[in-house]
Design a protein around this ligand. Structure first.
Ligand code: UDP
Length: 329
């Protein structure tokens, strides 16, 4: 199997590349290295190119016969998307159009797209199934839901897709070699671990303790990046066997509050997290928990990392062994 991994130098893309190679897939990474790292790509052939330039992605897709494309290359910060919506619509929507067009022109048939729980906005029902209304509340969520719509309008017999709507991706490979490395880190687990490694001289800010949840802090569905990677592999097999285009939610199916995650991190590391209670962060829904029943029933996917401790153990290995992230860009 030949797979083109667009955005394969980024966090989820590089872990998926690592996982697919272990399953015997032949992969090629296409990435502009704006946010990704060469080191995360390892020995996989890397095409440095930009989806903004149609000919670059078309040339890459013409370089060999690819059985499928996985598309991870997108901006994903909610706050940034609110402040700079055009940046998100350009990269996440317009550039994805170039990729879809290049796939159709090169008769590349199978597409696996990284979508997000942010398409649901403030959920009206928990757990969130695929039937929950789509109602994004920020440009990031809209950008992903637009692509879902474009895909459902574009697919035909010879162009099939699976959209995977990730909940809160976290963790690293078990060997601690590939993990989360963002220049501007905003996510809870890496920020807790960086605080413990003393990189953020300041205490961790807990964004709100007055939500209507069991302990007042927001509840999220934390899903291990290797479990996400496995879902991509199963989606690939599904499409290659002739499966119809589908959209799946992808989370652990369990929710943990910010305080519960902090406690789990303290248990794993044996260190106390210095923290302060801060204002609520704009746009944070109180609770987001996935129903992953559909992907379990249809693809046989089951998360292997079920507890926050098991997730944080891998993340801690990565952060403590690579406190400054990757050595080379
Ligand atoms: N959070 C927090 N302090 C931080 C970062 C995040 O309290 O420094 C909270 C955030 O408000 C949310 C949860 O942790 O309720 C997960 O946030 P993250 O940014 O990791 O993921 P998101 O749910 O926004 O995709």
């Amino acid at each position: 199997m030949e797979i083109l991994i667009v955005g394969g130098a980024g966090y989820i893309g590089s872990v998926t590349n690592y996982f697919l190679e272990k399953q015997g897939c032949k992969t090629t990474v296409f990435d502009n290295l704006s946010l990704g790292y060469k080191q995360a790509v390892g020995k996989t052939p890397l095409i440095v190119g930009d989806l903004e330039n149609f000919h670059e992605i078309k040339n890459a897709l013409s370089s060999k016969r690819f059985d499928a494309v996985m598309h991870f290359s997108a901006f994903s910060l909610v706050g940034e998307s609110v402040n700079n919506p055009l940046k998100y619509y350009k990269n996440n929507v317009a550039n994805t159009l170039n990729l879809i067009k290049a796939m159709i022109e090169t008769e590349t048939k199978n597409f696996i797209f990284s979508s997000t729980a942010a398409v649901f906005g403030n959920p009206t029902e928990i757990p969130i199934t695929e039937n929950h209304p789509i109602n994004p509340i920020n440009p990031y969520g809209w950008s992903k839901s637009f692509v879902e719509q474009i895909l459902s309008d574009t697919f035909k017999e010879n162009f099939k897709f699976v959209c995977l709507r990730y909940f809160n991706a976290c963790g690293s490979t078990a060997d601690g070699k590939i993990g989360e490395a963002h220049a501007n880190e905003t996510h809870l687990i890496p920020l807790i671990l960086k605080t413990l490694l003393n990189q953020n001289a300041k205490p961790l800010k807990v964004f709100g303790n007055d939500y209507e949840t069991q302990d007042g802090t927001c509840v999220r569905d934390y899903v291990h990046v290797l479990d996400l990677a496995e879902a991509h592999f199963l989606a690939l097999e599904y499409l290659l066997k002739g499966g119809e285009s589908e959209i799946f939610n992808l989370g652990n199916g369990k929710g943990f509050s910010v305080f519960e995650i902090i406690k789990a991190a303290e248990k794993v590391t044996g260190k106390k997290v210095p923290l302060e209670i801060a204002e609520r962060r704009k746009g944070d829904p109180p609770v987001l928990i996935a129903s992953s029943d559909k992907i379990t029933k249809k693809l046989g996917w089951e998360p292997k990392f079920k507890t926050p401790e098991s997730i944080i153990e891998t993340a801690w290995k990565w952060h403590s062994e690579n406190p400054n992230g990757y050595k080379e860009n």
